[in-house]
Design a protein around this ligand. Structure first.
Ligand code: D9A
Length: 413
């Protein structure tokens, strides 16, 4: 759909989209002048678009640490993801990555497009890393070491059980949560969060990505990547790739719904984690991805399109989340709304319906008991009034243009 069509369909997207555009322009102007930092920030913007803008609003010191942490993790991911690197080359790189970051001259070419540029110019990331405070460096080193070892372990191991699934997600995402909590603590702006809550924030985001990216991962060339645990999918099909075939669509959606239900386990911890944050910029930085995740789960649930193409939140809705996520009340509101949306999609014949509904009710209870659900704009309710008001504004603009045109013509006589 063209952008004008999209905006006419969702007029509420317009203002947040414009704000986002302006924030992006502002961020571009703020890129530091030293070449290695300039490289890091322009890379950050290229690989993460909207998330980069959320990083950008942190205070300088923490922002630099998070930017470097993010790029190091992306580089580690690029090595892990590149299916063309032989295992005997890949494993030692993953295991030693935490030492490479201290080496201004180290680099390893792999990946494609922006990720290839990141890998080829990795010395700029190392140079910037070496300028961070010791506390930040140690936190990043520790996480990189544990993540590299965990990734190496899973290179030759499949995700069989739900415990394997949680373990894999711990290495690639839970540890990111632990690392960020350490960075926040090092900045002296936050207390140190517990490892268990920090881990859950990463698991919730990563499990959402794994659900959403089923098709992309299964179609990966030369070899598909499989993260859905056998313990879940084997109840529905004989092979994970069978989920994408039309004849299995009923089973596929049931399996998808079980995966979503499994992710919901982490919501309670995520809400606890966010409610303990004090610094507004750090809060927003953590809360925006969490709200996006519950929104993405709501879109994916019971949706066969997960097996046919990409199911993503539209850009305007992302902009709305960024614009409207400021306080814990906003987060409770969003989690409540998206839980409502999920609840309305549960089919009572689904094998996990009871479990899904009880998880959702627990989430709603937490949100309701926070006492924050009054006086807010809902994400899900759409009314025709708003639509009409946009039409009126449009009509007004058209009339003003005609009027201006007529009066300009008259004065030229
Ligand atoms: C994050 Cl430093 C991630 N991951 C994300 C982004 O959020 C988390 C990677 C590196 C860092 C941070 C994140 C943000 C805030 C607090 C967190 C946290 O913990 C306390 O991580 C747990 O997805 C990747 C992992 C999930 C693997 C950890 C958000 C992000 N969004 C993308 C959108 C998308 O669809 O991927 O990157 C974007 O905006 O481009």
């Amino acid at each position: 759909m063209g952008s004008l069509g999209a905006i006419l369909k969702h007029p509420d997207d317009l203002y947040p989209l414009l704000k986002l555009k302006m924030a992006a322009r502002h961020a571009e102007k703020q890129i530091p002048s030293e070449p290695h930092w300039a490289f890091c920030y322009s890379m950050l913007h290229r690989v993460s678009r909207s998330f980069a803008l959320v990083i950008q609003q942190l205070g300088t010191e923490l922002r630099n640490a998070v930017c470097i942490f993010y790029l190091i993790l992306r580089a580690l991911d690029t090595v892990e993801d590149d299916t063309s690197i032989p295992t005997e080359v890949k494993v030692p790189i993953l295991i030693a990555f935490h030492r490479h970051i201290y080496d201004r001259n180290w680099h390893f070419s792999c990946g494609t497009k922006d990720y290839k540029v990141l890998m080829d110019q990795f010395h700029d990331v190392s140079a910037a890393f070496l300028e961070l405070g010791k506390g930040y460096q140690e936190a990043i080193e520790d996480i990189t070491k544990r993540m590299g070892a965990g990734m190496a372990k899973f290179i030759c191991k499949e995700v069989e059980t739900i415990d394997d699934y949680d373990e894999y997600c711990h290495y690639v995402a839970g540890l990111v949560g632990l690392g960020l909590s350490k960075l926040f603590h090092a900045s002296e702006l936050e207390d140190l969060a517990s490892d268990s809550l920090s881990n859950s924030t990463g698991l919730f985001l990563q499990k959402t990505n794994i659900i959403r990216d089923y098709l992309e991962d299964i179609n990966e060339i030369p070899k598909s990547r499989m993260f859905w645990p056998r313990e879940i999918w084997s109840k529905y099909v004989n092979k994970l790739e069978d989920l994408k075939y039309d004849e299995n669509s009923v089973k596929a959606v049931q399996c998808l719904n079980e995966m979503v239900t499994n992710s919901l386990i982490h919501v309670d911890d995520c809400l606890k984690y966010m409610s303990a944050l004090r610094e507004p910029a750090i809060f927003r930085f953590c809360a925006i991805p969490q709200v996006m995740a519950i929104g993405t789960l709501a879109m994916c649930y019971n949706n066969i399109n997960v097996f046919r193409g990409v199911v993503k939140m539209r850009r305007g809705l992302t902009a709305q989340v960024i614009h409207r996520t400021k306080t814990m009340a906003d987060v409770y509101g969003a989690f409540f709304d998206f839980s409502c949306m999920l609840k309305s999609k549960v089919d009572k014949n689904d094998p996990n319906a009871t479990k899904t509904l009880s998880s959702l009710e627990a989430v709603q209870k937490t949100c309701r008991e926070s006492g924050a659900l009054n006086k807010r704009k809902s994400y899900v309710l759409r009314n025709e009034l708003k639509y009409n008001s946009v039409l009126i504004v449009l009509l007004f603009i058209i009339l003003s243009v005609i009027f201006a045109y007529l009066s300009a013509n008259r004065s030229s006589y």
